[in-house]
Design a protein around this ligand. Structure first.
Ligand SMILES: Cc1ncc(COP(=O)(O)O)c(C=O)c1O
Length: 276
């Protein structure tokens, strides 16, 4: 809203968001795949589709992992159609989900990976990673930018990669994720919470908690209520962000170097803020 003009000829296909679609993951995949196929007849000629771009785990959209079967079908479509599969790992990449890139857990190989954020632990750096036959298509000096190859940011990225290896942060991300789930999943049956927790989901340490008005109908909780929870958590020293189309999800992106004690304390503060 209130931006633009936008790049033309980008087509948006429905994402298999099973929880909000009110169905099983298998059904959501079938429904969204049918829409994707219909789009190729009624929306855009697949011959003109250069690439399919998807986040393996939606970030702003509410921390929703793509069902593995959907990703497999996209890969198969791209290979058959001669399109590139581009995965946006700006949020899901660099160890967050328990593997360096989330796509490693989907059993498919993308053609291009886009990465940023955690790549240099907060220093401004982004990367476009792809097969040489694609990346070398641009002529020498053809792609550039003011901050490209910034030495300080590159040094930070190298130090981050060392740290991920030395501190075994990929395994740690999985443990952090399990610890967060163990604390939040019981809240799915806690009727004393207002708004109640409707869904706890994610991959590795990339966990989202969806708050609803009504657990049965899955009506999204009011954005202001979720903001109020995060405001109370902030007053008590814990920063968390919202996400989701209805801004009714809390996203947890704790630093992978967090200790168990710090994590437990942070989760208690957040849950306390949910209880008022
Ligand atoms: C998944 C995802 N992709 C891309 C971006 C934007 O990246 P950049 O700031 O490098 O344009 C963001 C947000 O910053 C994001 O969350």
């Amino acid at each position: 809203k209130k931006f633009g003009p936008f790049a033309p000829e980008i087509y948006r296909a429905p994402f298999p968001y099973a929880y909000r679609m009110g169905m099983s993951e298998v059904e959501a995949v079938e429904q969204c795949w049918a829409a994707f196929e219909r789009m190729q007849i009624a929306g855009v000629d697949p011959e003109t589709v250069a690439a399919v771009l998807i986040e393996p785990v939606q970030g702003e959209g509410g921390f929703i992992p793509v069902p593995v079967e959907f990703m497999r079908r996209l890969r198969e479509f791209c290979t058959r159609n001669g399109s590139l599969l581009i995965v946006d790992e700006v949020q899901s990449g660099f160890g967050r989900t328990g593997t360096l890139f989330a796509i490693e857990q989907f059993g498919v190989e993308p053609d291009i990976i886009v990465a940023a954020k955690s790549i240099a632990a907060g220093m401004p750096l982004a990367a476009t990673i792809g097969r040489a036959r694609i990346m070398d298509c641009a002529h020498y000096g053809g792609v550039g930018g003011t901050y490209g190859g910034n030495p300080l940011a590159c040094a930070a990225a190298l130090a981050t990669i060392d740290l991920i290896e030395r501190e075994h942060l990929l395994e740690r991300a999985k443990v952090i994720g399990q610890r967060i789930r163990a604390r939040f999943e019981p809240l799915l049956a806690d009727d004393s919470l207002d708004p109640p927790v409707g869904d706890v989901r994610g991959l590795g340490a990339m966990i989202g908690i969806e708050l609803v008005k009504d657990r049965r109908k899955r009506t999204p909780a009011a954005a202001e209520e979720v903001l109020a929870i995060l405001g109370r958590a902030l007053e008590r020293g814990v920063l968390a962000m919202r996400a989701g189309l209805y801004v009714n999800c809390i996203r947890l992106l704790v630093p992978l170097v967090i200790t168990d004690d710090q994590l437990d304390e942070g989760l208690e503060v957040l849950i306390g803020a949910m209880r008022h």
